[in-house]
Design a protein around this ligand. Structure first.
Ligand SMILES: Cc1cc2nc3c(=O)[nH]c(=O)nc-3n(C[C@H](O)[C@H](O)[C@H](O)COP(=O)(O)O)c2cc1C
Length: 224
């Protein structure tokens, strides 16, 4: 079976937000579609390991922010590559409560508020069915998953349903054969797997991962 045909499926990008008691949590997803038009029901695919999924089982009210092409890409990096178990993803952006659900501040194409009512077990992921309870209009062109790959040069982590090993090969600053002598050291981000090649044995103290936004303490040296 040629599974590359799956690459022809189209998606958007969204940020799910849900309150964990007093604390907002959430994550990026690329899988959302409208199931019915009357009394609209939507479906999202959530990895069972995501903290967001765990919280959603306790608190069914969530927001879905529709990412636009002009949405700050840091939102995707922070909400898509870190876990709410350990990170406060909203710290850099702030949030607004919409009908009790946290919506990360910033430019988005629109916001939906939904109530999850069924979790369909699909193995690694649950397909969560949710009823629409409110909408907030936004601005900008909705970002497609294809645009994210082409323009933002983004990748998908293991928890994304569309994750493919070959598509998430480490990104190198320059092809080794282009400049064999110049970059002597390689460092890998332990959050998102981004690989950077560098002349010096240490990265600068203010180095920030261009993919997921974490600081230099998350980089470790790998073989040159
Ligand atoms: C582009 C992109 C698409 C993603 N799509 C999904 C998705 O559809 N479903 C999912 O469960 N996780 C998806 N993820 C992964 C989660 O956002 C990621 O595992 C996140 O760290 C989970 O955070 P949490 O543990 O705080 O819930 C995606 C991530 C990125 C960057």
């Amino acid at each position: 079976m040629d599974t590359t045909v799956l690459f022809k499926l189209t998606y958007g990008l969204y940020v799910v937000g849900v309150m964990d008691g007093e604390r907002p949590v959430g994550c990026v997803i690329n899988t959302c579609f409208q199931v019915t038009s009357k009394d609209p029901v939507l479906a999202v695919s959530l990895n069972k390991d995501n903290y967001t999924t765990e919280v959603l089982r306790r608190n069914p009210r969530f927001s879905l922010s529709i990412v636009a092409e002009k949405t700050d890409p840091m939102v995707i990096r922070i909400f898509g590559f870190q876990s709410g178990r350990t990170a406060d993803k909203y710290a850099a952006f702030g949030y607004t409560l919409v009908d009790g659900a946290p919506a990360v501040n910033g430019l988005f194409a629109g916001r939906l508020v939904l109530d999850a009512f069924d979790f369909v077990d699909c193995g690694t992921h649950d397909v969560v069915l949710a009823r629409l309870v409110d909408t907030v209009p936004g601005e900008g062109v909705p970002m497609t998953y294809d645009y994210y790959h082409r323009e933002i040069k983004g990748t998908a982590p293991k928890n994304a349903p569309t994750y493919v090993e070959a598509l998430t090969e480490p990104v190198t600053a320059e092809a080794p054969e282009a400049q064999p002598e110049s970059k002597k050291y390689r460092f890998e981000c332990d959050i998102c797997g981004y690989v950077v090649e560098w002349d010096e044995p240490e990265l600068p103290a203010d180095f920030v991962c261009p993919l997921c936004g974490v600081d230099v303490t998350h980089f470790h040296r790998i073989q040159a």
